[in-house]
Write a protein that binds this ligand. Sequence first.
Ligand SMILES: [Mn+2]
Length: 376
Amino acid sequence: MGCVRFIHFADLHIGRSLSFLRAHGDYELFKSVLHFISDLADKYDVSFFVLPGDIFNSTIIDYKFKFLFANFLKKNSNRRIYFLSGNHDPFENRFYDFFRNYDNFIIFDDNEITFYDEDEICVAGANLDFSLRSVNPLKKYDKGVFKKPTVFLMHSNFTGIVSDHENYLPVGFNDLIGFDVPFYLAMGHIHQFYLETVDNVTVSYPGSPLPVRINEVGEKYLNLVEFDGYNFLVKKIMTGIVIHEKELNVTEDDRLEDLYDKLSKIISDEFYYSVKIKGVANGSLKWELMEAKRDLLDEFTNIVDIADESLTALELKQIDKMGVFQKLLYEESIKDMEIFDESIKKLIKKYDIDFDYEKLKKNALSYLFANIADDE
Ligand SMILES: [Mn+2]
């Protein structure tokens, strides 16, 4: 028995605006991912693809994206592309008819499992009915219907995976016990890689092949799966389109030009970066950063986001309107000094301030705001 290889990817969301990835256009990024996948398929001589949902961001997308996918089908005319609709790209004749001329494009039927043969393994799936969202689709079928090693496509939540995605058609490990044949559950919906094997059952989400949201940081993958006659073995393949998290430290002396300098040094053209500013910044840098953020993002197109998480150095001038607190700060800045002023004592009591001088010194602004935000 020879081994069978296939590629499993999902949640590409073709047609979505990726405006946060400014260094390249959306179209170019989707195109490069699809090329990467086709090349990989040729390199590893894969027999077929399984695409369990949300390949398109919606069924209302620019035609250029449909052409792009049609090209992918054409390029891979020697292998079938098993396609399942997700919640983003639900089954609609008008949309999918466009791909009907490609014999290798196999779209599953609604709510009825269809089985296809790929040599010694079987590929099965059904399009989701989102009105049956609490129903476990696997429960409808006797495990005996799976007679051959099976690749089963699903677009749903696997019980036990915490995500911010909508939970529907829940399937858990309990549903996967008792299969007589090796079983690979090819999942879509969750944008992060997940892999778990129990007995002869393997469950995997490859995650999105590229970041489709600004917070999708870290390596992105697709699955190259091999069936060796006994088991389904998953090889994670990195697509290389990555948002790396970077921390940038600032000090009280730093001005915007220093920050600009530091930003130039931490990024390369190869990846995208989500930058978190840490350390202690002076008030004017914080203010300048707020004003300059958009222009910095335009300047460094490989940076998708700049989050200011720095603490504020104490600058009393900037919290002028909180006169009483200023006084408190002045007095407290003389360490271990006792507070004699009754009005200050009252304030401390009123706001139940847990007085921590070090904390106050480092982050006076947020410390004070946190304590008096709702008070006039
Ligand atoms: Mn989805």
